[in-house]
Design a protein around this ligand. Structure first.
Ligand code: NAP
Length: 306
């Protein structure tokens, strides 16, 4: 197996919790260097920014970007222009047009670009998709509720324009939804935005896929255990996909469950894409969020106190 030396950019919450262990566990991939303005990792070459890393480490052939979506475009372009393969945390960019530009740049240079959606790799998502085959889908309900203070402490970028607000977790649900079924269209949205902030703390979406109605409720104002659930009602029972896709039940009976292998699967896929000279960029989840920002009714809510 070809060994790929990878550079990790943005040593924050998700890089430490998921990317570092997943890279360490991925056959044929090793961590070559880190770029972070403030953080360092003992025993690994560290640089203040991606440009310095790219210049100093020519043997690093792939970069994984774990920075916030705002500002990621320039970092991503620098990676591709330096001739390195690129993996992007979700959402792949702050806008659709910048991700399209990155896709075109990678294609023109014969490089791999991989826009990841980690929740699609959750343990029960594939089993759910298999279970839906041959069934008549009647309706879908998404509830994605969590405590923003627990999951996003100190993340000012998430409240700034381009930071998505409650769509930062909500887009995970939409990434699963658009893996399960095709042709999802947004009909209307209500966005609840705290005074003085640019992004919503809660959002209610009404969508359709053909004649299947879909409602989604995203809310960050929960003060107890999170709910990350998608309910799919069919002519042959109701499947509840729980815990962000980790567990599926059909009419109360377990269908599938498993440990969290989301990032291990993403890095294995990145390795495959590089070695087979392919790319993967699916913008469907980000397009639905963009549509919600385009058409959503804005409602001003109480200021958010961190
Ligand atoms: P985070 O904890 O705020 O970390 C982001 C890191 O990026 C920071 O440590 C920071 O390191 C670096 N950075 C570079 N430019 C920055 C800027 N302008 N503002 C703030 N930080 C900047 O964020 P995160 O939770 O890891 O999220 C990063 C990305 O991963 C987001 O797109 C998010 O949606 C995604 N993600 C997060 C989670 C999660 O549970 N947290 C799960 C899945 C995906 P330096 O300051 O040292 O440069």
């Amino acid at each position: 197996m070809t060994s790929i030396s990878i550079g990790l950019v943005g040593l924050g919450t998700i890089a430490r919790a998921q990317h570092l262990p997943a890279i360490a566990a991925t056959h044929g991939m090793d961590l070559g260097a880190i770029a972070s303005r403030n953080a360092v990792l003992d025993g690994t070459p560290c640089y203040a920014n991606v440009e310095a890393l790219l210049q100093a480490e020519p043997q690093i052939t792939a970069i994984s970007l774990c920075t916030p979506p705002q500002g990621r475009f320039d970092q991503a372009m620098a990676v591709l222009r330096a001739g390195r393969h690129l993996m992007l945390e979700k959402p792949p960019g702050a806008t659709l047009s910048e991700v399209e530009a990155l896709r075109a740049e990678a294609a023109a240079r014969g490089l791999t670009i991989f826009a990841t959606w980690h929740s699609r790799e959750a343990a029960a998502v594939d089993a759910t998709r298999d279970w839906l085959v041959g069934k008549d889908l009647r309706s879908i309900r998404i509830d994605w509720h969590e405590d923003v203070r627990k999951w996003h402490p100190g993340q000012d970028w998430i409240w700034a324009a381009g930071g998505l607000g409650v769509f930062d977790p909500g887009i995970n649900a939409l990434s699963i939804l658009t893996k399960l079924i095709a042709g999802v269209v947004l009909q209307s949205a209500d966005l609840h935005i705290p005074q003085g902030r640019a992004t919503p703390i809660a959002a209610d979406l009404r969508l359709r896929a053909g004649d299947v109605p879909i409602v989604a409720s995203f809310d960050w104002r929960l003060d107890h255990d999170e709910i990350w659930r998608i309910g799919l009602t069919t002519d042959q029972g109701t499947l509840l996909l729980e815990d962000g896709g980790a567990r599926a039940m059909v009419d109360g009976a377990p269908l599938a469950a498993g440990p969290n292998q989301e990032y291990a699967r993403l890095y294995a896929r990145f390795h495959d894409l590089i070695t087979t000279k392919h790319s993967e960029v699916d913008l469907a989840p980000l397009r639905l969020v963009a549509d919600a920002f385009l058409t959503g009714q804005h409602h001003s809510t109480a200021p958010f106190q961190p």
